[in-house]
Write a protein that binds this ligand. Structure first.
Ligand SMILES: NC(=O)C1=CN([C@@H]2O[C@H](COP(=O)(O)OP(=O)(O)OC[C@H]3O[C@@H](n4cnc5c(N)ncnc54)[C@H](O)[C@@H]3O)[C@@H](O)[C@H]2O)C=CC1
Ligand SMILES: O=C(O)C(=O)COP(=O)(O)O
Length: 536
């Protein structure tokens, strides 16, 4: 079946071509489908790529039975129901950097447009007038710029503001001192302090629960007389009613708005009647260069996810600062180790997993969260419908099933690239350890108290037996007669003649009756068979 992708908004064709030229991909380009039509058609697609004009609601995501990925050709994902996407295991990929410069340049164009009366000047010229004295403006040089949100766009604005000879303050509780220093911006202790201390205030934060309505009547009243307020981030961060009320006092120089709480802005909206407001129709990212950048970036991210399950670009997976190229083997090991632990508990009759703890060596310290997701998926395999279970939703699904997830400390790990999972079901606990080297297949090194050394491939069988002569031969003969090829056989024991454990990797699943026949052999007390997802 081909992989089907719907491009619902105006996305640059250079990016779309990356998808169209990928064998096995079918791309439909239909900008911009109305919500009800999109809802009817979403079930046909594996991925949707859009911009701010398309809302990806919970309802739409639920209707997308085969939907695996949402691509956003731009930065803001406030139009995507991220919680629902995560719950459903749908990856959300954006293009975080391609339109930064476009917004920063528009900022200066629009602010200078307001301060030098460009709109009014142009209009008066077309009306046949020559109004020079009425259109005297003010300069940026020597003024203070206050930036709310010193991220990518805020920083690009900062860099250009220095060229204009401005002094900078910024409010961003999440930005490091180092970022403030690099941008030569003073840290404002509060939003109100920033508003009171600047001649131009500009907002560059995402729209989220914290920033919605962040600039209301109280903050607006802190603005200096004659100052300018700019919103090129998202409608809804500034309370529009409160801004209109503040502008009506004629105390501010004016405002520059590119974004609105409802887009398109109503034809009759009172902003449209205010001469002290420069309005643009969400043009921040609308340059040829930026549209090409974001389209190529998001389409490549979506393609790599659909082809290789590459989640490194997905906003709803916590990859942390981990080196994603080195991760696949570690993710496989974590998932398989957890799967084995759950199966061993199940053989003991302890089926309801209550807790999962993952610890790693130092090399995987930053990858802890995503490895924990992989282990959660392993614990849930064969328990929930695995079709939609992935690194995006595994932790959420596990938590919803009452499984407590913990990241343990890695300080005692035996190896820099070690991974250990501990799975508990009531009073029973199983510990599985392994190593995921950079240049070799991952190995299991410990099952419960036994030291082992096997690669967990395809199908793995764990036998508990007594350490007596002949067991290996009898197991080999039985499996051979059943037509099952043994890839690796590792026998471990605690003490001669005592309890022993065999880990056997098989090239394919044994016939269902094999476990019962193995249990009939003398000295074998428990048989656990685990078949892993994937081809290797
Ligand atoms: N008008 C347009 O066409 C465009 C608008 N945007 C908007 O601009 C926003 C920012 O984009 P980037 O700079 O690329 O994002 P970014 O993620 O690089 O920067 C956002 C900054 O806001 C800060 N922040 C978060 N919450 C805050 C709070 N409560 N108070 C103060 N600071 C806070 C963060 O620490 C971060 O430094 C996007 O989320 C998007 O909504 C982005 C591109 C185009
Ligand atoms: O990238 C963003 O966050 C933007 O706001 C750009 O929106 P757009 O893709 O131009 O609809």
């Amino acid at each position: 079946m081909p992989v089907r992708i719907l491009v619902t908004d105006r996305v640059n064709p250079v990016g779309i071509a990356l998808l169209e030229e990928t064998p096995g991909f079918e791309v439909d380009v239909e900008p911009t489908l109305p919500p009800d039509v999109l809802r009817q058609r979403v079930g046909e697609y594996d991925a949707i790529i859009g911009r701010s004009a398309t809302s990806i609601t919970a309802d739409l995501l639920q209707a997308g039975g085969r939907l695996r990925c949402i691509g956003r050709a731009g930065v803001g994902v406030d139009n995507v129901d991220m919680e629902e996407a995560t719950r459903l295991g749908v990856a959300v990929i954006n293009a975080p950097a391609g339109n930064t410069v476009a917004v920063a340049e528009l900022f200066f164009g629009a602010v200078i447009g307001l301060l030098r009366n460009l709109g009014r000047a142009d209009r008066s010229m077309r009306e046949g007038r020559w109004d020079r004295s009425a259109l005297t403006g003010t300069e940026l040089k020597g003024k203070t710029l206050g930036i709310v949100g010193l991220g990518r766009i805020g920083s690009e604005v900062a860099r250009r503001a220095h060229a204009f000879g401005m002094t900078l303050t910024a409010f961003d509780p999440y930005a490091s001192d180092d970022r403030f220093q690099r941008n030569r911006a003073e840290r404002a202790p509060t939003l109100e302090a920033l508003m009171a201390g600047a001649d131009v205030v500009t907002v560059h934060t995402p729209l989220n629960k914290e920033t919605r309505g962040m600039i209301g009547a109280a903050q607006l009243s802190a603005l200096r007389d004659g100052s300018v307020l700019v919103n090129m981030a998202r409608g809804g961060i500034i309370d529009e009613e409160a801004l209109l009320a503040e502008l009506a006092k004629e105390r501010l120089r004016g405002a520059v708005l590119d974004v609105y709480s409802t887009e398109p802005l109503e034809g009759e909206h009172p902003f449209r009647d205010r001469p002290d407001v420069v309005l643009t129709p969400h043009l921040g990212a609308s340059t040829m260069e930026s549209q090409r950048n974001v389209a190529v970036d998001v389409c490549a991210g979506v393609r790599d996810f659909l082809l290789h399950d590459d989640l490194s670009r997905s906003l709803n997976v916590e990859v942390g600062g981990a080196d994603t190229d080195a991760l696949p083997a570690a993710l496989r090991l974590a998932r398989r180790a957890a799967s084995i632990a759950r199966a061993l508990l199940s053989t003991r009759g302890a089926r309801a997993v209550s807790a999962l703890t993952l610890s790693t060596g130092n090399d995987f310290a930053s990858a802890g969260p995503v490895l924990l997701s992989a282990a959660a998926a392993g614990v849930l395999e064969n328990v929930v419908d695995a079709g939609r279970l992935n690194l995006i939703n595994a932790r959420q699904v596990a938590s919803e099933r009452g499984i407590e997830l913990r990241l343990g400390s890695g300080s005692k790990a035996p190896h820099l690239r070690a991974i250990e999972v501990r799975v508990q079901a009531g009073d029973e606990e199983v510990r599985i350890g392994g190593v995921a080297p950079l240049d070799a297949d991952p190995r299991l090194t410990r099952i419960a108290d036994f030291h082992v050394d096997v690669t967990p491939r395809r199908t793995l069988m764990v036998l508990h037996n007594r350490d007596v002569p002949g067991v290996i031969g009898r197991v080999g003969t039985l499996l051979g007669n059943a037509g099952v090829n043994i890839a690796e056989y590792h026998q471990a024991r605690m003490a001669q003649g005592g309890e022993a454990l065999a880990v056997v990797t098989l090239d394919g699943p044994p016939p269902p009756e094999a476990s019962a026949q193995l249990l009939e052999l003398p000295d074998i007390s428990r048989v656990t068979v685990v078949s892993f997802r994937g081809d290797d």
